[in-house]
Write a protein that binds this ligand. Sequence first.
Ligand code: SAH
Length: 418
Amino acid sequence: MTVVTLKPKEDIRIRRGHPWIYDNEIARVEGEPEPGDEVEVRDARGLVVGYAFFNPNSKIRARVYSRTAKHADEEFFVRAFEAAHAWRRLCFGEKPMSLRFVYGEADSVPGLIVDGFVGEPLHEDDNEGDKPPIAQQAAQSDSKGLWLSVQFLSLGVEVRKATIVGVLQKLFNPKGIVERSDAPVRALEGLPESTGLLWGSVPTRVLMEENGALFEIDIASGQKTGWFLDQRANRRAAARYAAGRRVLDMFCNQGGFSILAAKAGAASVLSVDSSTEALELLRRNAVHNGVVDTITTVEANAFDYLRDLEKMGQRFGLIILDPPAFAKNRASLEGARRGYKELNLRAMRLLERGGVLVTCSCSHWVSPQIFDAVLADAAFDSNRRLRLLEERTQDLDHPIVVGYDESRYLKCRIVQVL
Ligand code: SAH
């Protein structure tokens, strides 16, 4: 096995939990490992630090998958997926539910994301003519199943795709596995985007349950893997403040927050997103949950629309802000900070006294400290006082590894605006 020797002290960050070895941290590589090969990582004194996937075309030259297991073979993936699954059963119970099955480095499989969706299959023409509503059809069908939506975001897992798909199939027995490697980060690994069916079949839509509500999702072409599983617990938390209030759900996507707020007794819910497809699904989700009369959808740019709402003199009792990651790298951090500040400032102005703001940032570049400082600045500029009700992060199927800050990406603050 090829040996990669680190420069002095470069092993410390790795031993403290960070799995990435950058090109400039390596003293020497013995031999010529093939792209994606397993390599043994040693510190400057020659002691083994761990085993990693090698990528000569990436700044992240090696990604550690284990401290002790030499080979990332079939048995390795079986063990890793079983361990990941055992953890989720502990957190969420035995009953099958939609979950992130594997969360990359945080589950010791660098670059591999596996989202599992449990629900009923729905097909293109299910909702046409005078057929019963889809939810009713689904309740009558016995074809409940599991579908996996997978992203291969590192070369190491890309070259082992066949083994990984085989193990996923055997362990979890899904009805279909679809690839959603249409993520820009693939380019940093020297990989083109790639999508399509990897195994079995995948229906046009899956009707799944989350937080006791029904959601129709599009695994093959919805955003990311089809659904944002990381916000599950935060949606529940936000809904606790919804009863009787006028709710504004900015960046609503398919309505994870909106539907729950409506079900919790919101007086009205205004759901805003720039994506036509997401809003179309949201409206269908409103039908499935019997909350059509409560929800209004608006297709708009969030920044413009917040300004319009202010001009119209609108006021809300609960506002949810869940924007996409504004900072994709260090260079865009300053611009991102300004973006978050503006959004939060405008939202605070739109809240009635005592109103609640649920505000999120999913960019790991924006640290919890930076995000909290942005909120404090926005409160100062809008001349409001904030009472911090809840400091939250991603749900437990997206575990956080200490020493690997990239895994600690989602900030969700629930504040009351006085
Ligand atoms: N809150 C959602 C997830 C939001 S993901 C949930 O609970 O599932 C971010 C969303 O922001 C996406 O749906 C995307 O379409 C939308 N978006 C991105 N840029 C936007 C903009 N400038 N204005 C409005 N929506 C935007």
